[in-house]
Design a protein around this ligand. Structure first.
Ligand code: MCU
Length: 391
């Protein structure tokens, strides 16, 4: 005992012992929650008290990640047994094999016109629809080739499902997140590509914005996540969309979204008309990104996107960064009406502050909470929990 004591002390101070994290029950008992769920409660784990320390919060984040995968998004598989890549000109061609199946896809890099690299890089689903300051590379890949997203008939179609089988539980967004992680893996292994993998961003607009949020939530190497006009299923919360539907025009809801497309796991169909049941909402999906950088770019011009829902949902998400002591790492910008996915000048400074800080490493102020359209969200009926100061 005498000589074990110093070992014990050093284990505690290194965090190795503090990292005990109880596992969730395999079929958690869900209860109906009509407000935005408390990110800092342990529900549905039977546990007294709330999350109070940063190490508890890490554990709780892993629970939230598991629950989101189980009930909404489907599981993200680890990199398959064999992944190789070749790099030529500006193309990274990736080949992945699993259980006798092989697929290939390509990511295309557009380099800044000056400097030698390694460069920070923004991964843009389907193509870039935000401006970037000089010095940032762009990486595009065809996410719809990885998992199709035409309509309900797209379920199980795309390269991801060729590899893992058409009945894999991952919805399209989780399949794209998997491909995004593979791209980052191969960039790490390919110095000739001259990308600084500690300064990766991910973005996309609309449906691809929903996907960008998921990618950022499920790969901790992504330094900055930029969902653009992602609406319901992205920066919006299911419960808020349900509450604002029909007032005065249609807001997209979970019930509609699962009919329209295959962005979510088929497992989510059970909850699409019962959105009070999942022990999370999208403030907690966003909260998986904390303490990394997130800036949500939204557009007040389309009721279908649920602007009130996005404003309220992301404002609530920011409380998670606040609890971690870093509220300025999460930004919000809601523009006035403009055409969908055409980035307005109004939001340029808000976006660039985040890129400058998290991708270009500049010391800039990222306290960005912009609501140009002046939408009012009263959090009182929706947030009935206190924000802890995690220690
Ligand atoms: C905002 O994202 C979607 C929306 O969820 C769909 O209902 C609509 O059909 O398409 C939007 C989109 O991706 O537009 C490009």
């Amino acid at each position: 005992m005498m000589f074990l004591y110093p070992v014990l002390l050093s284990l505690i101070s290194s965090g190795a012992l503090a990292a005990t994290c109880p596992s969730l029950p395999s079929s958690p008992q869900l209860q109906s929650i009509t407000t935005l769920p408390d990110p800092f409660s342990w529900h549905p784990l039977q546990h007294s008290g709330r999350v109070t320390t940063l190490s508890d919060w890490q554990c709780r984040q892993s629970h939230i990640s598991t629950l989101l995968q189980q009930l909404e998004l489907g599981t993200k598989p680890p990199a398959p047994s064999s992944v190789t890549s070749t790099f030529s000109q500006n193309k990274l061609s990736i080949t992945a094999s699993n259980a006798g199946k092989t697929i290939s896809f390509t990511a295309t890099i557009t380099y800044p016109s000056s400097g030698a690299g390694p460069y920070p890089a923004m991964i843009a689903y389907g193509g870039l629809s935000i401006p970037l300051p000089p010095g940032v590379a762009t990486i595009t890949f065809d996410n719809s080739q990885i998992a199709q997203q035409n309509d309900q008939s797209s379920r199980g179609k795309g390269l991801f499902y060729t590899l893992y089988g058409a009945d894999h539980p991952a919805g399209a967004m989780m399949a794209w997140a998997w491909a995004t992680s593979l791209i980052i893996d191969r960039l790490e292994a390919t110095p000739a590509a001259r990308i600084n993998t500690a300064r990766i961003g991910v973005t996309g607009c609309s449906r691809n914005g929903k996907g960008a949020l998921v990618a950022g939530a499920f790969d901790s190497r992504i330094a900055l996540t930029v969902p653009q006009e992602s609406g319901t299923g992205g920066s919006g919360c299911w419960r808020l969309a349900a509450a604002s539907e029909g007032a005065p025009q249609d807001v997209q809801t979970a019930g509609e979204i699962v009919q329209e497309n295959v962005w979510f796991s088929a497992a989510f169909n059970t909850y699409a008309n019962d959105v009070d049941r999942p022990p999370f909402d999208h403030h907690m999906l966003a909260g998986l990104i904390a303490p990394r950088g997130l800036v949500s770019i939204d557009n007040a011009g389309y009721q279908w996107l649920g602007p009130w829902s996005s404003l309220g949902c992301m404002g609530t998400a920011r409380l998670i960064w606040q609890a971690m002591g870093v509220p300025d790492r999460m930004g919000y910008s809601m523009s006035t009406d403009h055409p969908h996915c055409s980035f307005p000048d109004q939001q340029r400074g808000d976006l660039f502050a985040f890129i400058n800080r998290f991708m270009l490493g500049m010391e800039v102020n990222t306290t960005v909470q912009k609501n140009y359209a002046g939408i009012a969200f009263d959090s009182k009926p929706w947030v009935n929990w206190q924000v802890p100061t995690l220690t």
